[in-house]
Write a protein that binds this ligand. Structure first.
Ligand code: ZN
Ligand code: ZN
Length: 422
């Protein structure tokens, strides 16, 4: 059997307007030919190859690459992370399966987990135990300083309705606590040994953690430099959680490749990030999701209070980064049942950014950030055949990718149909 037969029939997407994941203008009059799970060609229609292929008429529709979400936590089964990290792994694994299926139904064919996902889940996906789900890149456990954003042991919030049985006093499934450059090096090596494709560190306080101020930096210069050094030597890279400008600036200065959130970024810092060439991955979906219904869904009061500090400046941060020319990826960072809001990342960003920028972030920029340029997030010869057929033009109406997802007529992953409404 040929490789093409193994992966199913050759598919020809005809008469589509093509968004290639990067270019401003749609490409017209070309066929996209998929075979063996990859894009074999983007070329003028050729009757000679039609015979042994299935031709899919895409007239009036836009064909685009499968979406990438560069900031998810597939094991974040609830809004109270202190509880999540004490949950049995079996429960978290089932949550992850549901989360991943939801992602694919929303058109996300690739996700990057930045805290939690591990080799066991990737093995289960590889062995077909979950059926068809997005391709998963994982960073293993987040690395945090004691008392940092990844230290979920009960602290002075223990009276805030959070259990305090002490079982969270070991390092958990989601995070590992490491202090001092040597310990950080060792933690980075350990996660890489477990197969992580990238390493996530905590560069500032955050919303979900109980005791650390959101607007203060975490980790010393030496610790961050040690993490970057270890990751780079292994051919990997660092993603760092950062809200305040100073944390963002330090991350960029020390060679962090992927700066997560960057919520409070100012103009000067954005210009510096652009100069350094780091990427930023803002996460609007979780911010607005938690502001709207976090308290009702069990987000601890201390976190709700922290959120108020960053809510106002988040969208402004996007405009600042756009003006400064920061390479912006796209992430959603949703917790628990809020994962259904994943596609609100598009509509929220489109309030202040052109749709083309938002789509590029979810396609070519995310792929580049993850070292997958030319393979994922693009429509070009040799790329993986992850494709969406959209009923209309998302460059004019980005909400076609959101809402109930009826605007996504077809979802193709690895050259095979996952959804085909008509
Ligand atoms: Zn974070
Ligand atoms: Zn996160």
């Amino acid at each position: 059997m040929s490789k093409a037969d193994e992966a199913g029939k050759r598919l020809i997407f005809r008469s589509a307007r093509i968004f290639d994941g990067d270019s401003d203008a749609l490409i017209e009059g070309k066929d996209v030919v998929a075979a063996g799970g990859v894009i074999e060609d983007v070329a003028s229609p050729d009757p000679a190859i039609d015979r042994d292929a299935e031709v899919i008429d895409c007239s009036g529709r836009v064909l685009m690459p499968g979406l990438i979400d560069a900031h998810v936590h597939v094991y974040a089964a609830g809004l109270n992370i202190t509880r999540v990290v004490q949950s049995p792994m079996s429960y978290l694994a089932h949550f992850a399966a549901k989360f991943l299926h939801g992602c694919l139904d929303r058109g996300f064919t690739t996700v990057r987990d930045v805290g939690g996902a591990d080799v066991g889940l990737v093995g289960a996906i590889r062995d077909g135990l979950l059926g068809t789900v997005p391709r998963l890149f994982y960073g293993g456990r987040v690395i945090s300083q004691t008392g940092g954003h990844g230290d979920f042991r009960p602290g002075d919030h223990a009276l805030d309705g959070v259990t305090c049985c002490g079982c969270g006093f070991h390092s958990d499934h989601m995070a590992v606590v490491a202090d001092g450059a040597d310990a950080v090096r060792r933690a980075v090596r350990e996660e890489l040994r477990r197969g992580a494709s990238h390493i996530k560190i905590m560069g500032s306080g955050g919303v979900a953690s109980p005791t650390d101020p959101l607007d203060r930096c975490q980790y010393s210069d030496d610790e961050i430099k040690a993490a970057v050094d270890e990751a780079e030597r292994a051919g990997s890279y660092i993603a760092a959680h950062c809200h305040p400008p100073e944390a963002v600036r330090r991350a960029a200065a020390f060679g962090v490749r992927s700066i997560e959130h960057a919520t409070l970024i100012d103009r000067e810092t954005a210009e510096f990030v652009a100069e350094c060439g780091s990427y930023a991955v803002p996460t609007m979906a979780t911010l607005f999701g938690l502001l709207e219904e976090g308290a009702a869904l069990g987000l601890p009061a201390v976190s709700v209070e922290k959120l108020r500090k960053i809510g106002d400046s988040a969208l402004k941060g996007l405009e600042i980064m756009k003006l400064a020319g920061v390479k912006m990826g796209l992430g959603s960072d949703l917790l628990g049942q809020q994962h259904v809001r994943q596609s609100s990342e598009f509509t929220l960003r489109a309030q202040v950014l052109p749709a083309i920028d938002v789509l590029r972030s979810a396609c070519s920029v995310n792929a580049e950030l993850m070292g997958q340029a030319g393979r994922l997030g693009c429509i070009r010869k040799g790329a993986v055949a992850d494709l969406l057929v959209i009923d209309g033009n998302p460059l004019e109406n980005i909400s076609l990718l959101a809402g109930d997802h009826a605007g996504i007529a077809m979802i193709v992953k690895d050259g095979k149909f996952h959804k085909r409404s008509r």
